[in-house]
Design a protein around this ligand. Structure first.
Ligand SMILES: NC(=O)N[C@H]1NC(=O)NC1=O
Length: 173
C-alpha cells in the first residue's frame, strides 16, 4: 500500500485498516486520520506516536490496559486479535510448557498488582526466555519510568504493525 492510497482513504476505510495499530484502540487511528495527508510512512508513524505522547497519564495507562497479557488466557483460548496472536506466536509463547506458562502468569500478576496495568512488550522481537527476563527486570523499576518504557513498547508494536500494513521497514524501533 503506498501513501497515495493511504491519503485517499475515507474515514471508515482508514479505521478499518489502521484501527489495530494500537492494540484494541481504534480511537487512535480515528484521531490520526484527521491529520492527513501524510508525507511518508515515517510521518504516519510519527502521528500515531505523537497522539500517545500527548495523552494524559490516565489515557496512557488506559492504552496499556487494552493490551492482552503475554502468554495469558486469551492466547490459550485463541481470542486474541490477529496481530497479537501473530506476535505472541512469533515469540514462541504459544508452545510453552505448563510450568513456563505458570511462571509468566505469576510474574504478569505481580506486575499488574504493582503498576495497575499489564506488562507490555513488543513480543515479536523476543523469545520466551527474554520475555521472562524483561518482565523480572521491569517489575522492579520505578512506576514513572515503567510507564515510559511500556509506552515505548506500545509504539514499537505500532511501528511494526504499520510496517506490515504498508509493506515497508519500520523507520526505527
Ligand atoms: N502484553 C503485551 O505486551 N501484549 C502485546 N505485545 C505484543 O507484541 N502484542 C501484544 O498484544
Amino acid at each position: 500500500m503506498d501513501m497515495e492510497q493511504v491519503n485517499a482513504m475515507d474515514f471508515g476505510d482508514f479505521v478499518d485498516v489502521f484501527g489495530n495499530v494500537i492494540e484494541r484502540c481504534p480511537l487512535v487511528a480515528a484521531a490520526v486520520w484527521s491529520q492527513r495527508p501524510f508525507a511518508d510512512p515515517g510521518d504516519l508513524e510519527a502521528r500515531f506516536c505523537a497522539f500517545l505522547d500527548a495523552l494524559p497519564q490516565e489515557g496512557q495507562e488506559g492504552i496499556l490496559r487494552c493490551h492482552p497479557d503475554l502468554a495469558g488466557r486469551e492466547l490459550q483460548r485463541g481470542t486474541l486479535t490477529a496481530e497479537s496472536q501473530r506476535e505472541q506466536r512469533a515469540a514462541g509463547l504459544q508452545g510453552l510448557a505448563a510450568a513456563e506458562r505458570d511462571h509468566l502468569a505469576m510474574l504478569n500478576a505481580q506486575y499488574r498488582a504493582r503498576f495497575g496495568f499489564p506488562f507490555v512488550l513488543a513480543a515479536r522481537l523476543r523469545d520466551p526466555a527474554s520475555v521472562a527476563r524483561e518482565l523480572e527486570r521491569r517489575l522492579h523499576c520505578p512506576p514513572a519510568q515503567e510507564l515510559r518504557t511500556a509506552l515505548g513498547e506500545v509504539k514499537t508494536i505500532g511501528r511494526l504493525r504499520l510496517a506490515d500494513l504498508l509493506g515497508t521497514e519500520p523507520a526505527r524501533l
